[in-house]
Write a protein that binds this ligand. Structure first.
Ligand code: NAP
Length: 281
């Protein structure tokens, strides 16, 4: 079985991006800039943002974090986004989720200029992705896609099952696999027989949030299995896939941690650079 090393793949991607940033700097005399807005003091969000900033600096991007307290008014956040939209030194804007309850997440997402939407959550980017046009692609599914392509460059005609239909993961993942000419089944909590669906799959992407949901006898021999899940349990962090069981059947499998997670941040940097490049055309 191939253990898909997300840490290594992310380090390779960051090295490529670092070179690209250096080339862009010599061509345009400036570097792409990423601005993250962090609201409140949730520990996981603070850790994510710190890691994003560190990785952005590592590849040579200009990075900035704007911090607001939990009590910040929605209006202030929307005004700041407008300011960043018209700042030509800002190539990408990310508002770290989740947001405090009094702030309307969708309003915030839609306030970001789609050309600077490095999360790929703006409806215009969602529509562009599903129409097959160029767009920012949500970072986690993009990371999964790049890992799958490393194992199997030609996905045409493969059967893929995506478990979970969130806007963040499942839906964009489905679009990416469709674009590669996979035959895609998207499953969710109301799917009648998830095991039977998974058993058909050459590729399984699990993005559910249920510890070890996908079992060894759900997976066809030689399937590629990508585990997006990050679940805190009494036994530590586990994915949505039962690693020990599935590793006996699968052709390739991502571990948790060290699989999809590291690729997510590397893809955020990629999206920032891509936004910058599109703005220079
Ligand atoms: P989400 O928004 O909660 O969506 C979960 C999806 O799973 C929903 O579509 C839900 O179906 C489906 N589902 C729930 N129970 C199911 C079942 N028994 N069988 C089949 N489908 C079921 O979750 P998310 O934001 O996509 O996150 C999923 C997981 O990925 C979480 O563990 C999260 O922590 C992790 N994650 C990891 C990364 C990373 O960088 N590695 C990034 C983001 C998220 P319904 O639509 O019918 O409710």
């Amino acid at each position: 079985m191939i253990l898909i090393d997300g840490k290594k793949a992310a380090a390779e991607l960051r090295a490529e991006l670092k070179e690209e940033v250096a080339e862009l700097k010599s061509k345009h005399n400036k570097v792409p800039g990423l601005t993250v807005i962090l609201i409140g003091d949730l520990t996981p969000s603070q850790i994510y943002v710190r890691n994003k900033e560190k990785s952005a600096n590592e590849v040579g991007l200009k990075s900035e974090v704007i911090k607001y307290p939990d009590s910040i008014e929605e209006k202030t956040v929307l005004e700041k986004i407008q300011e960043l939209n018209s700042d030509e030194n800002v190539s990408g804007i990310l508002v770290q989720l989740p947001l405090p309850k009094h702030i309307d997440k969708q309003k915030v997402i839609e306030a970001i200029d789609p050309s600077k939407d490095v999360d790929g959550f703006h409806p215009m980017n969602v529509g562009n992705l599903s129409s097959g046009y160029e767009s920012s692609i949500p970072c986690t599914p993009l990371g999964c896609y790049l890992l799958i392509k490393k194992i199997e460059p030609n996905l045409s005609g493969k059967k893929a099952v995506v478990v979970g239909r969130s806007n963040l993961n499942g839906k964009p993942m489905t679009q990416l696999l469709l674009k590669e000419n996979c035959t895609v089944t998207i499953t969710h909590s109301k799917t009648k027989d998830l095991k039977a669906e998974c058993l058909e799959a050459d590729i399984i992407v699990a993005a559910v949030g249920i510890p070890e949901l996908v079992r060894g006898d759900w997976v066809k021999k030689d399937a590629i299995v990508i585990d997006v899940g990050i679940n805190k349990t009494d036994n530590g962090i586990v994915g949505d896939v039962h690693f020990d069981e599935v590793s006996k059947n699968a052709k390739a499998l991502t571990p948790v941690p060290g699989g999809v997670g590291p690729m997510t941040i590397a893809c955020l940097l990629k999206n920032t650079i891509d936004c910058f490049k599109r703005s220079q055309i």
